[in-house]
Design a protein. Structure first.
Length: 67
């Protein structure tokens, strides 16, 4: 799992897998989910801090579960 936040553009990108993306689905104007053949590969959120998605309050809890 890899989490990147671009402070200048307020974009949060969470990568769960390096598998190729086979399908992209938008959930509203600012959330995009990239699906690989075996499930969710990545999530991208625009205006992440402005909409309350960043910082992740439970990041310490999420990381061990993702490994």
């Amino acid at each position: 799992m890899r989490i990147e936040y671009d402070d200048q553009d307020d974009i949060l990108h969470i990568e769960f897998s390096k598998e190729p993306i086979v399908k992209d689905v938008s959930h509203g104007w600012n959330v995009n989910v990239g699906y690989a053949a075996h499930g969710i590969a990545e999530i991208t959120i625009l205006d992440a801090k402005a909409d309350g998605y960043w910082p992740l309050e439970n990041l310490k809890d999420l990381l061990p579960k993702a490994a």
